[in-house]
Design a protein around this ligand. Structure first.
Ligand code: SF4
Length: 338
């Protein structure tokens, strides 16, 4: 036995349960490093304010967080998750298996003796049933090294408990959907400001997940930049095959502009207020005019001159100025994607 402090690596979502799990383990004098995996479906925006997020987690919850982008392998996983999907395009069991396996790979580098999650047996219908918890542990290769401190006393002791690295008696026996015990524990730790448990995963959002699922059905090659573009703005499939995305507000306009690729047309009204749009996969010159007419439709109505606007379209340094009339809703509606 040495005096070296034990280290645990926690899977961190930023929600209450994983925050509490970290704190329960840290309370026993264990150093907890938390990894927050991000993909376009959860946590992606944090990559833009990485340092701020890391500092905020430390300040608010006393947790050291590492952000890790796992987009590429995650997009592969979505092609055929072994345990299938939940209600929407959410592969919750495979998602957890994947993230745990990724965390396990990080253990040597962190010097972690075991892994921690905030799962609670019986809390979620699909991925937190007792048999699902066992399958997740087994299929991620984490048998014996995965501690779930919030419900540990309802599960078999893990290696960390058996080896005396952590005291099982001070772990918890939460189960089911009742959130009161978590609230009470949060109060004890002085945690007041945390996101709601269900929020956050786009794959569990009925509309956006349907879009993503459709993209998977229609495309062999899954392109991360396409996935990101799918999740913003009004989406149109134009009759000759182009994909037009039109911002709804300032924030979306900025996002759309940032997602622009070299082959995309970027469209914006000249002078008057209106949306930013991207036209992707367009090979048809007429289609650009249609796109300009759609952008005009969503520009500020009172600023149009006789129902028209000047739209600037730009691609690879080439700029085109077009006078476009607002396209009629009954024409554009069939092209609008859910
Ligand atoms: S809700 Fe999303 S992030 Fe959570 S387990 Fe399911 S797929 Fe993964």
């Amino acid at each position: 036995m040495t005096d070296k402090q034990t280290t645990a690596l926690a899977l961190y979502s930023g929600g209450l349960d994983s925050t509490l799990a970290c704190r329960v383990v840290a309370e026993q004098g264990i150093k907890v490093v938390a990894v927050k995996f991000v993909t376009p479906f959860f946590g992606y925006d944090l990559l833009l304010k990485k340092q701020e997020y890391i500092e905020e987690s430390k300040e608010k919850f006393g947790i050291d967080v590492i952000l890790k982008d796992v987009t590429v392998p995650y997009l592969e996983l979505l092609k055929k998750p072994a345990h299938g999907f939940g209600r929407y395009f959410n592969p919750c069991i495979d998602c957890k298996i994947f993230l745990l396996a990724e965390a396990k790979k990080m253990m040597p580098e962190i010097g972690a003796s075991f892994l921690v999650t905030g799962e609670v047996v019986g809390q979620r219908p699909m991925s937190q049933r007792r048999d699902a918890l066992r399958a997740i542990e087994r299929d991620s290769g984490c048998e014996g090294i995965l501690l779930r401190p919030l419900c540990a006393k309802n599960l078999k002791p893990t290696r960390a408990e058996l080896d005396g690295l952590i005291n099982r008696e001070q772990l918890l026996a939460f189960s089911g959907r009742n959130r009161t015990p978590q609230m009470k524990l949060a109060e004890r730790f002085g945690i007041t400001d945390y996101p709601s448990p269900a929020g956050g995963c786009i794959l569990a959002d009925p509309i956006l997940s349907a879009r993503i699922q459709k993209y998977y059905r229609q495309n062999q090659k899954i392109v991360p930049e396409d996935i990101l573009l799918l999740m913003v703005g009004r989406q149109f499939r134009l009759p000759s095959g182009g994909w037009l995305v039109v911002g709804r507000d300032e924030k979306q306009n900025e996002k759309i502009e940032a997602l622009r690729r070299p082959d995309d047309w970027l469209l914006q009204p000249s002078v008057i207020p209106g949306p930013t749009a991207i036209l992707r996969h367009s090979t048809d010159a007429e289609e650009l005019e249609t796109a300009a007419a759609i952008v005009t439709r969503y520009a500020k109505k009172s600023a149009l001159v006789d129902g028209t606007a000047i739209i600037i379209a730009e691609r690879r340094g080439i700029s085109r100025e077009m006078e476009a009339s607002a396209l009629d809703d009954c024409i554009l509606k069939p092209w609008l994607q859910r």
